[in-house]
Design a binder for this molecule. Structure first.
Ligand code: ADP
Ligand code: MG
Length: 258
């Protein structure tokens, strides 16, 4: 049975989509079968792996709202071991449409259950909000990765995020865990970045990955070419960091199930 993980933080611009794409591509490169799920109306995850969201048969929207089978919507990317359930701008309206539906919190969970055993990892990119799409992701997954940007107010919003997480854990998904907290956009030249790392480690302790993602321009460039960082510039600091993250992730997974 595959493990499902949401990349979750209601703040925008903290590195969720970048982490979803590049962790998934790293795991795929390590030989794991990975499905990406673009659960953000912006659809940046989809274009980030070179899939044209305007040119797919079906997107996550039709799967959630119109009962299109998820197997009809999943697309194999040009990269080995890496598939995607494409996103769609229509998803913006889904926030509201979902509220009208029965079992509105478990739509995504039920869709994923059909294909969970076909993959080793299912990685869901979340929108920058705590609306129904994010709730659906939290209900569907086994765990979350929380990226935190090494910036002013890094921990702002974290208690709100943990409240939502705990609410879901206490009510509808008691098994959900924090897979890890990822420090992103680290700039070693600034004291601020170093202070944020200390602060986040004090707060989340051993949940924080030892791999820290540096600020690296190649990471910002890669999506416009539709390439994960390892396929855009495999020698860049960003590529090395996300490969390290994939390896650390796998090591911790192996310890977890020993
Ligand atoms: P989110 O999905 O949380 O909104 P993104 O992953 O889209 O955040 O990142 C926000 C912006 O910052 C994007 O333009 C992305 O390319 C860029 N970015 C993300 N991580 C890095 C990094 N480590 N170094 C440089 N730019 C980054
Ligand atoms: Mg995003």
């Amino acid at each position: 049975m595959g493990k499902s993980i949401a990349v979750f933080n209601q703040k925008g611009g903290v590195g969720k989509t970048t982490t979803a794409v590049n962790l998934a591509a790293g795991l795929a490169q390590l030989g794991r079968k990975v499905l990406l799920i673009d659960n953000d109306p912006q659809g940046n995850l989809t274009s980030g792996v070179g899939v044209d969201k305007y040119n797919v048969d079906y997107s996550i929207y039709e799967v959630l709202i119109n009962n299109v089978p998820i197997t009809s919507a999943i697309v194999q990317t040009q990269f080995d071991n890496l598939s995607i359930l494409p996103g769609s701008v229509d998803l913006a309206g889904a926030e509201i449409e979902i509220i009208e539906l029965e079992n509105r919190e478990t739509l995504l969970k039920r869709c994923l259950s059909e294909i969970k055993s076909d993959f080793d990892y299912l990685i869901i990119d979340c929108p920058p909000s705590l609306g129904m799409l994010t709730i659906n992701a939290l209900v569907a997954v086994d765990s979350v990765i929380i990226p935190i940007q090494c910036e002013y107010y890094a921990l702002e919003g974290v208690s709100q995020l943990l409240n939502t997480f705990n609410l879901i854990k206490q009510s509808i998904n008691p098994e959900i865990e924090i897979q890890g907290v990822l420090l992103s956009m680290f700039d070693g030249r600034t004291n601020l970045s170093i202070q944020v790392v200390e602060e986040v480690k004090k707060h989340f302790r051993d949940l924080v990955y030892s791999t820290i993602i540096p600020r690296n321009i190649r990471l910002a460039e890669a999506p416009s070419f539709g390439l994960p960082i390892m396929h855009y510039d495999s020698k860049s600091k960003g590529a090395i960091a996300y490969m390290d993250l994939a390896e650390e992730f796998m090591e911790l997974e192996e310890l977890r199930y020993e």
